[in-house]
Structure formats: C-alpha cells, structure tokens
Design a protein around this ligand. Structure first.
Ligand code: C2O
Ligand code: CU
Length: 463
C-alpha cells in the first residue's frame, strides 16, 4: 500500500502506528483500570500491625509506551491500600529514598500530634521515621499523602498518596458488596508535557487528563451485579461531579467519615479535592456485553476532553448476595456546643504569586491560630470570601458534622461524618466538631493543595 491508496482513516491509523499520538491526549478506554495493590503487614504482633513502606522514585507508564518519572510509596502509582481495623493499632515505618524531604499525613485520622505528618516534621532523604496510628475511631475511608511544608502540592501530585480503609464491626456486619466487588478508585487530574512526562506547575489550569488508579480514561470489566466503589478525589485542586452517562442511579452509602445513616440514591456525586464517597452501583441493570461510562462535568479544560472518565464494561453475570440495608449506622446526637468561632478563607484573585489566607493571615508554622479546650464541642462558621475562586476546608484530627450550608441543612451526601467540605465562591458552611481525642497542635486548611502552599493553612492547639 502506498499513501495514495489509503483512505483518510487508514492513513491516520498508519500515522498513529508510526508515531505515538501527541502526549497528553491518550485515546480513551484502551487500557484496563488496575486494582490498587493491598499492602500486607510485615508482622502482626499481639498489639499492632507493623508495616514498612519505602518512598522511592519509579517510572510508571501513565501514557501508553512512555515511562514517566513519579514519586511513590513502595513503587506504586498511586500508592497501595492499607486495611486497618478499629482499635487495632497500625505502626508504619516510612523510609525516604527520595531526593526530597517528605512527611506522611493520614487524612481523616485521629492520631497523636507527632504522627500527624506536620509540615515541619519532615523525613529527610535517606532517613526514616515511624508513625503510630491508634485507630481509636469508627470505620472510615482514610487516605495518606505528603504534607511537607511548601512541597506537599508537588510531592502529592507526583504520586505520594495512598488509601487506608479503616473498618469496624458495624461496617463489617453489613451485607454490602465485598472482596473483588469492593473497588477503590482514586481519581485525579494531571498534565503531561511534550515528552509525555507528568508536568507540575503551581496552580496549573491545564491539568486536563483524568486518571483512575493511575491510568488515563481506562475501562474496567465488571459483572452484572452490585459493586461498592470507594471513590477518592486525590487531585491537587480539581472538583469532580460524577454521573453515569445514562443517568442511572448511584447509591451513596458513605462519605469521608464512613457510612451515612441511610443510603441515598442520586444521579450525581460531587467530590472536592481530598473528599471520598462510598457508592453502590448496580450493573445488573445493564445487559452483558454493554457498557456504561462514568462522566465528569468540571473543568478546567475543554469539556469534551474530560467528560468521560472511566468505562465500565459488563462482561459476565455473577451471583449477588449483597444488599443495601435501609439503616447503615447511627450517629451520636450532637452535644451542646461550648464555643463558636469563625474562619474566613480568602485568596488574592489574579497576580503572579497570589497570596492565600485564613483570617487574612498566611500560614506561619510558629503561630497558633486557634486555642481549643480539650473536650470542647465547637461550632465553626467557615466562609469562602472569594467571589470567583472555590475552596474547601479540612480539619485534621476530627471528623465533624455539617450543620448548615448557605443557611440550609446539609444535603444527604453531607449529612454523615466529614473531614473535608467544599465551599463555593461566597458560600458559608457551619460545622460542629468535638475535640476529645488528643492534645497538641494540628492543622486546618484549604485542601486545594496549591492554596495551602500559598498560605491558606493555620494551626489549632488543643489543650
Ligand atoms: Cu489531606 Cu492537611 O490534609
Ligand atoms: Cu482554597
């Protein structure tokens, strides 16, 4: 065949075989979504599960055929899944074999301050440190990521994040999908440079490739039955608004802090950076041989590039003994608040190095911004003072309850325990938290990492 004899389509195919497609625009649904590896403990002692993890550079094939340099926990992009049980402590020895300092923060967990991964409490390259996670809290889909002062955005973006599923007897007793029918899906965005390498720039607005478990726009083969999807938004800044392309039902059963009190059927799951959703999808509505696509409708980037995230291909039937109970858990009534406080998030809009503030102050690790009495129940009124920019708000150490969003009671998706909450421009959220677990200094901040790097972080001290 010569070029002249080719139809335009065949010619295009021949070209695309000769040279890889332009980096950053991978073809959709060409590769399977990998399952995240489960990390096994090195030892289980009478008292705790001991893990050893190595932070190391690796090369991952993010775009087909192009190895990209990434930072990893144990060589995996994204990091592995740790499974923990309430009241069974986990001890993790973290070895830093990278060329940058790191810290490890277990997001959503109540841990002593010296195991919280404080930005200034770093693991220098070539050294290691041991984190203690008591797990004295109910089940929750936690995750861990880097939190090094000024480096957390880039370190996490380049791969330093992983999942930590904490379970308890309440959750384990429910007849929800288990085993291979419970799937962790870490979603994030990324930008690739001309060479197909993962490209990082502060506040980059061109991260318009979406990855599910480290692969851009994969497919995932499922059986025609119910699945429990443990969704994590591991993006630095992007908010997701996820739907099934056919408008089919998504049954949300949990959020950041574990199960909701009751399942909530919706057509849309919204996740700002750092948030999690626990969702049941019933693929038995689809005939074997058909597909349904998970879509997203948030920018940046042209909508057609980012609309489709992940395709579920229904490839077989399977027995399904799972059920979604009408009651999932009970939550304790909110105690009477002892204190009220306000928090204002604001960043400069425009300018080359816009500042970002909490209560008009940029983060200073030496300063304590909120003094909290041990045992206090507090109501925080948190406002996004920007007219255009989105923020969200994350408190370390506690799982809180949302009392109000924009003057209204929370929607079902936000009615459970939360550790991160979205704030649209101009919006105010009231939340209530109980500080009765550990004393010491902990962070609160916007979880859009680049806002945190620019200063939108503060310190609370509980004593
Ligand atoms: Cu997930 Cu202070 O962070
Ligand atoms: Cu922000």
């Amino acid at each position: 065949l010569t070029g002249a004899g080719l139809t335009p389509l065949l010619a295009a195919r021949a070209r695309s075989q000769a040279a890889p497609a332009a980096p950053g625009t991978p073809e959709k649904f060409r590769r399977p979504m990998p399952l995240l590896p489960e990390k096994k403990p090195l030892a289980r002692t009478g008292r705790s599960d001991l893990y050893v993890m190595t932070m190391q550079p690796a090369r991952a094939e993010l775009l087909p055929g192009i190895p990209s340099d990434v930072l990893t926990y144990d060589g995996h992009f994204p990091g592995p899944v740790i499974r923990a049980r309430a009241h069974r402590p986990v001890v993790i020895r973290q070895r830093n074999r990278l060329t940058v300092p790191t810290t490890v923060h277990l997001h959503g967990a109540a841990v002593p301050p010296d195991s919280d991964g404080d930005p200034m409490d770093v693991i220098e390259p070539g050294t290691e440190r041991t984190y203690h996670y008591p797990n004295r809290q109910p089940h929750a889909p936690l995750w861990f990521h880097d939190h090094t002062h000024h480096l957390e955005a880039e370190n996490t973006y380049r791969g330093l994040s992983g999942s930590y599923l904490l379970t308890d007897p309440t959750e384990a007793a429910l007849p929800l999908p288990k085993g291979r029918y419970e799937v962790v899906i870490a979603l994030r965005d990324a930008r690739f440079d001309e060479q197909g390498q993962l490209a990082y720039a502060m506040g980059d607005r061109a991260r318009n490739t979406l990855l599910a478990n480290g692969v851009p726009y994969p497919y995932f083969q499922v059986a025609a039955r119910k699945y429990r999807l443990r969704l994590l938004n591991a993006s630095n800044q992007r908010r997701f608004e996820l739907r099934l392309a056919d408008g089919g039902p998504l049954v949300q059963i949990g959020s950041d802090g574990g199960l909701l009190t009751a399942p909530h059927t919706t057509d849309r799951i919204a996740l700002s950076a750092g948030e999690r959703a626990d969702v049941i999808v019933d693929f038995s509505r689809h005939p074997v041989g058909s597909s349904v696509v998970l879509t997203n409708t948030t920018g940046p980037g042209p909508a057609q590039d980012i609309g489709e995230v992940l395709r579920f291909d229904v490839v077989r039937t399977a027995h399904d003994p799972s059920r979604i109970p009408e009651r999932l858990r009970t939550l304790p009534p909110l105690p009477r608040p002892d204190t009220q406080r306000t928090v204002v998030l604001r960043m400069d809009e425009g300018g080359e190095h816009p500042g970002a503030y909490i209560d008009e102050k940029a983060y200073d690790p030496q300063r304590v911004d909120a003094h909290i009495k041990f045992g206090a129940s507090e109501i925080w009124t948190v406002t996004n003072a920007n007219a255009r920019a989105e923020h969200n708000f994350h408190l370390h150490l506690v799982q809180f309850r949302i009392l109000e969003r924009a003057g209204e009671p929370p929607q079902p998706a936000e009615s459970g325990l939360k550790d991160t909450v979205f704030l649209a421009p101009g919006e105010t959220v009231r939340l209530q938290a109980l500080f009765n677990t550990y004393r010491g200094r902990y962070l609160y901040h916007c979880h859009m990492f680049e806002h945190g790097v620019r200063g939108m972080m503060a310190t609370m001290q509980i004593r």
